[in-house]
Structure formats: C-alpha cells, structure tokens
Design a protein around this ligand. Structure first.
Ligand SMILES: Cc1ncc(C[n+]2csc(CCOP(=O)(O)OP(=O)(O)O)c2C)c(N)n1
Length: 398
C-alpha cells in the first residue's frame, strides 16, 4: 500500500506540478487530507474545473494534476475532449475507481466502475492502474512525467486500498479570504450600449501585453479577428472554463491575466468564481460580455438574464466588481479595475447583440496556438514575453 505522504513526495522538486486540483473520494481520503496541507492544492468545485486549471498550468510552463472519483469522469469529459485532446495539452489524471471489483460497491457506482477504463479511453487517454508497491508506482509516476514532458497526457486509475490513510490529520492551508475592496458592486451607467467587438477592442487597448483567455464561440473568434497574438488563448471548446484556464495560468506564472467570458458560459460553471476569489492574488481581470443570450448558437435566451454577476463575484472574494451599462461606463470601470494588483476584479459589461460579418475561424492548428502561448509565458525576459508583475506566491515544493 502507498502512503499519501510518499505519493505527494514524488511530485516535489522542480519537475513537479504547480497545480493539483480535484474533488475528493472516500477511497483515497488519506491522499486528500494530505493535499489539504499542500499549497499547490485547489479543491475544485467540479472535476472539469480541475482539468481546465491543469491545462492553464501547462500553458504557463509547468503542468497540473486533476484528481477525481470515477463518478466525476462525466464532469471531465467536456474539457478532456474539447481542450486537452485538440490542443494537445498534457496533464496527469488521477481517477479513483469506485464500483470495482464488480459487485463490491453500491449500485450508483456499478456502471461507472465497470466502464472506467473505457470512459477514459473514450476521452483520448490510455488508463493505467496504479500499483500498490512503491517501487512499481514510482516507475509508473516517472513514466507519466516523461510522457507529460513529451506532451502526452497520462491517466492513473486508483483502486481501493492502494493508497492508505494519511499519518496525522494535516492542518488545512489557511483560507485566503481577506475582505473585498468594495462591499457592493459599483454600478455605472454612461454612454450607449456597446457591441462585443467594441468591448474586446477596449479591453485589448488598455491591457497591453497581458495574457488573454477568450471564451468559446464568438468571443474567441472576435478576439482572434481583431488582434491575433501569441499571448491570447482562444477556446474552441470547454465552454464555461475560461476563468479556470486563466486561474491555472495565473497561479503558475504570476503573470497578469485577462479573461473574456460569456454570460451563458460563466453560468455553466459559476463555481469557478469561488476559486478565483479565494486563490488568485495576482492581477486578474475577469470581463463578462453579457448579451443575455447564447449568441454563438443563434441567439437563444440564456438562463441568467438580469442576474447581478458583479455582486456574485464580490461575494466570492473578488477584490472589486463593476456592473456597467454603456461604453463610457466600461471605459471608466476598466481603468479603475486595472489599478487593482493584488487579486481578481470583475467587470460586468452589458452588450448589444450582433457580431461582425465574415468572422474567421481559427486558421492555425490548435496545438500550435497552445504551444505559442506557453513559449510566450516561458520566454526569457525580453520584449515579447509576458512578465509577472508580482512575485509568484505559490511554491512548487512542499
Ligand atoms: C458544453 C457545451 N455546450 C454547448 C456548446 C455550444 N455553444 C457554443 S458557444 C455557445 C453559447 C455561448 O454563449 P455565451 O457564453 O453567452 O456567449 P455568446 O455566444 O453570447 O457570445 C454554446 C451554447 C458548447 N460549445 N459546449
């Protein structure tokens, strides 16, 4: 049997991951207790979020581990198939296997338990069962690391009693939730309602060389059409995970990050607001382009029309948030938002429907777009690289 401390020690050192994120499972509760004391650990709100954060960690020059019970595999399918595989982003997946051996567990785990390897395979990863002998497990982990360095993902399936209980209860990392700058969102109304293009152009104008993660659909395509550059990441899929990718980048690099989100996309995985609010302590501008609809699929009504997203963000620990109606209000809010350097800020922009004619699709292969962002974030200091504006707060070693 492996001990949690031994297992995590295998991830120490400069080749170790900068982000470990996941949702717990009772089969490996000792591992999760041990992780509570690890500054790299983020308790994900949903397993797919852990995958997206791990992707962000790789884009910023390190790599990440996404952990979950096999019942959470369904929650990982979307980012595994529409982010990890098409952009060729490596990560280590650790999946504990409830419902296995067959007939030993509760009925809700029966189907997933039986089909866990096939489900992982269907997502484009080759599963391997973690051995309980430390020497064998160490070999598997170093093989996984070699694959990650060769830009291939790895998946380890963890059966019951392979990882033992932790030694002593580990004190959790202290919660990082200082009071927000403002107790209420700042509501500003000035000017006419802008289009998505106008807001994106203004954000790009004021954010300079910042890394920018743009959400699925027209948002990414408009940014690409307007201002293609290595420091931008256009999401072709993984709807709702823009801020999780941005968070993985922020935690790994310390570089200032801008996220351009859609209202329906953010609603799909609202939980990320909690993790960004609690864990990001570097400049992080989260811009919501809210047209009240799923415009990219034809303008169907989105579920959160009228919702006060800025209040939600503040409640989740963002340093400040603005709710903007009108171009002038957005310009004003952005300039104030960019003066906050020690954590995330949220700018909720109400926009008009509409998109440019003949909007191009991404012409470069997706793996190349991912690689050029990583190159940009890991380049030696120079004019083309994106420099951290504050020291990286999170260590890679324990
Ligand atoms: C998981 C998932 N469900 C549905 C889609 C199809 N889809 C692509 S973009 C989009 C709408 C996004 O709406 P919003 O975030 O509000 O941005 P908008 O299109 O309005 O700019 C949808 C439903 C998808 N890509 N992924």
């Amino acid at each position: 049997m492996l001990t949690p401390g031994w297992l995590l020690a295998q991830f120490d050192g400069h080749r170790g991951p900068r982000v470990l994120a996941g949702v717990p499972c009772s089969y490996v509760s000792g591992l999760y207790s041990e992780l509570e004391g690890d500054p790299r650990y983020i308790p994900a709100t949903i397993e797919g979020e852990a995958v997206a954060m791990a992707a962000g960690a790789w884009l910023a020059g390190s790599w990440g581990v996404a952990l979950g019970q096999n019942s959470g595999l369904g929650n990982m399918v979307n980012p595994l198939t529409s982010l990890i595989e098409p952009y060729r982003i490596p990560l280590l997946l650790g999946i504990s296997r409830r419902g296995w051996p067959a007939g030993t567990d509760e009925p809700q785990h029966r189907l997933t338990g039986r089909n866990t390897p096939e489900l992982i395979r269907a997502c484009g990863l080759e599963p391997e069962t973690l051995r309980s002998e430390p020497a064998e497990a160490a070999g598997q982990l170093s093989a996984a690391l070699a694959r990650i360095e060769a830009r291939q993902p790895s998946a380890l399936v963890i059966e019951k009693n392979v990882i033992g209980p932790g030694s002593d209860p580990v004190p959790p990392c202290p919660a990082e939730s200082e009071p927000a700058v403002a107790a209420r969102p700042l509501a500003v109304r000035a000017g006419r309602t802008p289009t998505r293009t106008e807001v994106i152009a203004e954000v790009r104008r004021v954010t300079g060389d910042r890394v920018t993660v743009a959400s699925t659909g027209y948002t990414g395509r408009e940014l690409y059409a307007l201002d293609d550059r290595p420091a931008s990441f256009y999401m072709a899929g993984s709807m709702g995970y823009a801020a999780a990718i941005g968070m993985g980048i922020a935690l790994t690099s310390g570089a200032p990050v801008t996220v351009l989100d859609g209202d329906a996309a953010l609603l799909m995985h609202l939980g990320i607001l909690v993790n960004v609010g609690r864990h990001v302590r570097t400049p992080f501008l989260h811009v919501l382009l809210d047209n009240g609809v799923h415009e990219s699929t034809g303008g169907q009504r989105a579920a959160g029309d009228g919702l006060d997203f800025a209040a939600l963000a503040l409640h989740c620990g963002y340093r400040a948030a603005w709710s903007c109606h009108g171009t002038d209000a957005i310009v004003q809010a952005l300039s104030q938002a960019l003066s906050v350097a020690d954590g995330p800020v949220f700018v909720h922009c109400h926009i008009r429907r509409g998109y440019p004619d003949r909007l191009p699709r991404l012409a470069e292969p997706l793996p190349d777009l991912a690689q050029r962002l990583r190159d940009c974030l890991t380049a030696q200091p120079g004019p083309a690289s994106v420099k951290p504006s504050v020291p990286v707060a999170r260590g890679g070693t324990r």
